[in-house]
Design a protein around this ligand. Structure first.
Ligand code: FES
Length: 166
């Protein structure tokens, strides 16, 4: 204690000033850790397909009218199993795994009034909840104001690499 007091005095710093400075340093260290944690969270969010802006985030590669999906990427894991589906808005496609193997892809633009973000998938049917148009999982029209089929895209699958051609 005496040694510390001598150092404080030597540096022209009284005891209260020293403790205030030490407290600030501890606070900055704490905030530094918190900000670093925020950065990690943000980075993880950017890895989700819905947030990709550049058309290539590892899971999804968009090249003109071709959309390549790597189902090995965990962000696309719902598409690995029967009944799994996703709206990939950056590619403007709905992708569904029909039976564990067969993958189908459709436009995410409803043929009624072009809603894109209100899709549900229930009992193997797509529902646009904007005005409740219903489509089978092969895109054929069932009911509602759309009055026509949901346009389907060609899909090729090689293992866990799925290529959608729009
Ligand atoms: S826009 Fe989809 S039902 Fe109207």
């Amino acid at each position: 204690m005496n040694t510390l007091t001598e150092k404080e005095t030597r540096n022209g710093m009284d005891r209260k000033e020293f403790l205030r400075t030490a407290g600030s340093t501890a606070l900055f260290a704490f905030l530094g850790i918190s900000l670093a944690s925020c950065d990690v969270t943000s980075s993880n969010d950017e890895e989700l397909p819905e947030n990709g802006n550049n058309g290539d985030n590892g899971a999804i590669t968009i090249d003109g009218n071709t959309v390549r999906l790597n189902l090995d990427d965990d962000s696309l894991s719902p598409l690995r199993q029967a009944g799994g589906w996703m709206v990939l808005s950056q590619a403007s496609v709905i992708v569904v795994n029909i039976d564990g193997d067969l993958i189908r892809a459709f436009t995410d633009v409803c043929p009624h009034a072009s809603c894109r973000n209100n899709w549900q998938y229930q009992n193997q049917r797509f529902i646009c909840t904007c005005h409740n148009s219903v489509f089978e999982n092969d895109g054929s029209f069932v009911s509602g104001p759309a009055g026509r089929d949901l346009p389907e895209f060609a899909v090729q699958r090689q293992g866990n690499i799925v290529t959608v051609t729009k």
